[in-house]
Design a protein around this ligand. Structure first.
Ligand SMILES: *[C@@H]1O[C@H](CO)[C@@H](O)[C@H](O)[C@H]1NC(C)=O
Ligand SMILES: *[C@@H]1O[C@H](CO)[C@@H](O)[C@H](O)[C@H]1NC(C)=O
Ligand SMILES: *[C@@H]1O[C@H](CO)[C@@H](O)[C@H](O)[C@H]1NC(C)=O
Ligand SMILES: *[C@@H]1O[C@H](CO)[C@@H](O)[C@H](O)[C@H]1NC(C)=O
Ligand SMILES: CC(=O)N[C@H]1CO[C@H](CO)[C@@H](O)[C@@H]1O
Length: 891
């Protein structure tokens, strides 16, 4: 959730804002070019070569150019061949006093020197005067990265480095953004600065920072990570002679590059996972369908949604509460009238008895108010402090707030204690997962935030409580109404004591020494294109000149605040239910966040272009950033959705990893049961999804093991296809099921691209020959989505769907065998208990191979077969019949 309250005023105002900001975005690139031309760069003055590494001193040529503040005259270059496919290149100050992304948040890979007969796929070459370098493919000499176009600029608050790109480069990644999956390669700037960014114009900065790109060529794919959390602009353009380039413009830190050799796209994905960390495997239930809304105003409302879903016969796995449940919007509190603890306990029991789950939102900002979460924070000293050593004050939903400093020694214990108290299964609300929002961190206080009290008042924070609670409704099966006047609170007496020593990772006295003497941390000379009215870095977040308890400055680590919160929240959930996989969904992420969290794409608008943009968003996170548990607010968040859009989105969302319908306060209700067409779309899509759920869970499992993507863009599976790199609206769910959503408003037609391969329509099982051409599908009903099974695949399915994943897990299996061009097919299935961190005592992993009309089954080493888990394959269908077409009763 969302923008400031003024935005809630209406969609019209919102779109006007978007248009105005768009208009400003014209001349992106030209500026300061002349002055930078005078920078002479650095020269190599000494070199020290090891077997697998190289160290060199770089000294500034001349007296420097001082374009955006003082230059740093003495640098150090470090080059390491870390594995056969990974090259590490660092350019930093010789003293080592500059900020680098802390190890705690991005653990560096252990890199034993490659053994003597290992060989690197990459090679590094450099020029000494002025210094520049290239990274090449060793076997072919193909240049992948080449900084010779401009001199290196390394100033205290501005770093520049540029690489040449091939003609019309295929670039992906560099998020978070809402632009096409294949990035623009002209007149394009990607800005990295986490901000609360609901419904923002395209081409602007969003909630998260993932400074990794994949570049795909017919000769191979490679990846480049610039490990930096500093604010930056990455400019992608063509120079006067038509040569493409990519240029980093960073306002601090160092150059810390990792080059990943591929050569296939999936190789690069796995190499990135090896570097950034493989994603946490999510609980099986979290793949079920979920419903949320800002505006479920009391506990009856929540229960009624769950009840109405079952009346409509639409499976619902999880129901969510947005900030409505809080007392005056204060994090870690319950509205005593609308969400009293005794009722919340009845609600969670009701849901759990029906095999359903409950998730609640948690914001990082803590209200400055006399209640335990604030008082404990003061006692434990955990809030971010200003230069007077007093908590920095800003404004969020509850009015004036302060923020946890994740790098304070006590914060992990503080945060876990909050979860123990508020969400204790015995005396609190027994949630099943946590939703963390506003963690860029967002503030409603406009920079400079000199009068937070006044600012809060002017914006009406906290908002008046909603109108009196509706009279309690009778919900069959739901506990009888409780005493209307009951105003109870969570009692703190019966807490399980929490042992803060249990998670000691950040519980250290480690202090960083970063030299920022003389730097302007609020308003650095180079202005990144932060999309805020004033452009100021600290606008609507906390001030960038604040120092965290471990000595790091917010200026440098702003972009990792949300990921640090993610890690703490995961730990807090782990300590509530030890041994069980936590489920945390976040808004702000940094490189490597997939190790802890799932991600929803933030505050989109109920519009067809946002429906389309959700595909690129998902592909970025799942296939490039290694945050595979990702999805959009199905049917759209801001503004009113409509029946056709919601029906299409219900079917599209079903083929994204994280599947949740969510709407904004004051918008029309959009639960899937609200319209017959949407009900039909949801029933169909959920039943297909659920039947495929173990197939997809297997894909998520593989990604958690070695980074093999669970969602694949077309070009990952067809890297030599010439058109695949530009296919942005079709993708593979797992690596076998091609999803080709109808993309245009109110249309029943879609052009789909099929590479040269065999496919089978999922519904009709009809064989379709792809011939590297676009085909027009017509008359796709609004409650259907075109799906194809790729030839060469064996897809395991549950024999039927179910109302919850608990019931689903009792069903048997059947196989779809989709013979490939050569008549063979393969597939696999992984099964475990779906909830334990280690998968539980018994795990099955089965592989199938089909050739010459015969099916062979084997169990993967160390795992059991299906029979041992109590399942069998009831039916095997070899796809390729001739009948079919869409349902004739068109909707
Ligand atoms: C549930 O269904 C009833 C009956 O159609 C309706 O009156 C009520 O508004 C619905 N509640 C919600 C939360 O959708
Ligand atoms: C799903 O079905 C099971 C078994 O019939 C039942 O116990 C459970 O209450 C149902 N849950 C929902 C949400 O309908
Ligand atoms: C940590 O919290 C304790 C109270 O629980 C407090 O006494 C101590 O000073 C805090 N530590 C720091 C470094 O603020
Ligand atoms: C620090 O914050 C306190 C409020 O917690 C405020 O009174 C004080 O003026 C602030 N100091 C500075 C230097 O901004
Ligand atoms: C801020 C924003 O626009 N967020 C999301 C809204 O729409 C698309 C599609 O759902 C997402 O990709 C955006 O990230």
């Amino acid at each position: 959730m969302r923008l400031g309250p003024s935005i809630l005023a209406g969609a019209a105002a919102l779109f006007a804002l978007v248009a105005a900001l768009d208009a400003e975005m014209t001349d992106l690139i030209a500026e300061a070019g002349g002055a930078l031309g005078a920078c002479e760069g650095y020269q190599v003055t000494s070199v020290n070569k090891g077997k697998w590494s190289l160290e060199a001193n770089l000294d500034m040529i001349g007296s420097g150019c001082g374009v955006y503040g003082p230059d740093i005259p003495k640098l150090k270059l470090l080059v390491e061949y870390q594995t056969d496919s990974r090259l590490h290149v660092v350019i930093q100050d010789r003293e080592g006093l500059r900020y680098q992304v802390p190890e705690e948040i991005f653990p560096r890979p252990q890199s034993p020197p490659p053994d003597s007969d290992a060989d690197s796929l990459l090679s590094f070459t450099y020029k000494t005067n002025p210094f520049s370098f290239r990274v090449l493919r060793k076997d072919t000499g193909e240049v992948l990265f080449d900084t010779s176009g401009t001199t290196l600029v390394f100033e205290r608050q501005y770093l520049r480095l540029k690489t040449w790109l091939p003609p019309n480069p295929n670039l992906y990644g560099l998020g978070e953004h809402t632009d096409p999956f294949r990035l623009f390669n002209k007149n394009y700037v990607r800005t990295f600065w986490a901000r609360d960014s609901g419904a923002v114009p395209y081409r602007t900065n969003l909630y998260g920072s993932h400074p990794i790109y994949f570049e795909h060529r017919q000769t191979g794919t490679h990846g480049v990570l610039l490990l930096s959390s500093n604010g930056m602009d990455v400019k992608i353009d063509q120079d006067g002679s038509g040569l493409h380039y990519l240029e980093y413009n960073i306002i601090g830190g160092i150059f810390d590059f990792y080059f990943l050799a591929g050569p296939g796209p999936i190789d690069v994905a796995k190499q990135y996972a090896e570097l950034a960390g493989t994603p946490a495997l999510v609980p099986y239930w979290s793949l079920g369908f979920q419903q949320c809304r800002f505006g479920y105003q009391d506990w009856f409302h929540v229960a009624e949604v769950a009840y109405n879903y079952s009346v409509a016969g639409i499976p619902l796995e999880v129901v969510w509460s947005d900030i409505d449940y809080m007392d005056f919007r204060r994090t870690f509190s319950l509205d005593p009238k609308r969400f009293p603890i005794s009722c919340m306990q009845k609600l969670t029991k009701y849901l759990h008895d029906r095999q359903q789950r409950y998730i609640m939102m948690v914001d990082p900002a803590i209200a400055e108010y006399d209640y335990r979460p604030y008082n404990r924070g003061i006692e434990m000293g955990v809030f971010v402090k200003n230069s007077s050593s007093l908590p920095f004050r800003g404004v969020v939903w509850p009015g004036v707030t302060v923020w946890p400093d994740w790098f304070h020694k006590n914060t992990s214990a503080y945060w876990t204690e909050r979860f123990h108290e508020m969400f204790s299964p015995k005396s609190g609300v027994d949630i099943d997962g946590a939703w963390i929002d506003m963690n860029e961190p967002a503030s409603f206080c406009s920079y400079p935030c000199v009068d937070p009290d006044g600012d809060a008042k002017r914006q009406g924070m906290p908002p008046r409580p909603p109108p009196e609670r509706q009279p309690p409704r009778k919900i069959p099966g739901f506990p009888e109404n409780v005493d209307e006047d009951e105003e109870d609170q969570i009692t703190l007496g019966s807490l399980t004591p929490y042992d803060p020593e249990a998670d000691s990772l950040f519980n250290t006295d480690k202090k960083y020494k970063i030299d920022h003497t003389g730097d302007d941390l609020l308003s650095p000379p180079y202005k990144i294109r932060n999309r805020s009215p004033s452009g100021a870095l600290s606008h609507r977040t906390i001030n960038t000149d604040l120092q965290h308890a471990n000595g790091l400055w917010h200026y440098d680590m702003h972009n990792i605040y949300g990921t640090t919160m993610s890690l703490y929240t995961r730990n807090a959930l782990l300590s509530r239910r030890p041994g069980q996989r936590p489920f945390v969904v976040t808004r702000s992420t940094f490189a490597g966040a997939g190790r802890y969290v799932a991600k929803w794409l933030g505050d989109n608008v109920s519009r067809w272009d946002h429906y389309r943009a959700s595909i690129a968003g998902m592909l970025n996170f799942a296939s490039v950033f290694q945050v595979p548990m990702v999805g959009s607010d199905v049917c759209g968040f801001l503004g009113n959705t409509n029946e056709k859009l919601c029906a299409r989105w219900a079917t599209l969302g079903a083929f994204m990893p994280f599947y949740r319908n969510h709407a904004d306060l004051g918008t029309r209700p959009q639960e899937f049961y609200q319209w017959p067409l949407v009900t039909s779309a949801a029933k169909y899509a959920i039943s297909v999804r659920y039947r495929l759920l173990d197939y997809f869970y297997t894909a998520m499992y593989k990604q958690s093991i070695d980074g093999t993507p669970a969602i694949n863009p077309m070009w990952y599976l067809y890297p030599h296809d010439k058109q695949a790199p530009g296919v942005g609206l079709q993708y593979f769910f797992g690596d076998c099921v091609l999803v080709s959503p109808v993309a245009d408003a109110d249309s029943k037609d879609v052009s789909i691209y099929l590479p040269e391969d065999v496919f089978y329509e999922f519904e009709t099982q009809k064989r379709v020959q792809g011939n590297a051409e676009w085909q027009r599908l017509t008359g796709v009903p609004f409650d259907r989505i075109p799906l194809h099974v790729r030839g060469g695949c064996i897809v395991p399915l549950r024999t039927e769907s179910a109302n919850t994943t608990t019931e689903l897990r009792k069903k048997n299996f059947e196989l779809f065998v989709a013979p490939g061009v050569d008549g063979t097919a393969q597939g696999s299935l992984y099964l475990d208990d779906g909830i334990s961190l280690d998968g539980g005592p018994m795990k099955a992993h089965v592989e199938w191979e089909y050739s010459n009309g015969k099916l062979k089954t084997s169990a993967v080493d160390g795992m059991v077969g299906l029979a041992e888990m109590g399942f069998e394959v009831e039916k095997v269908t070899v796809l390729g019949g001739e009948s079919g077409g869409w349902d004739s009763d068109e909707l």
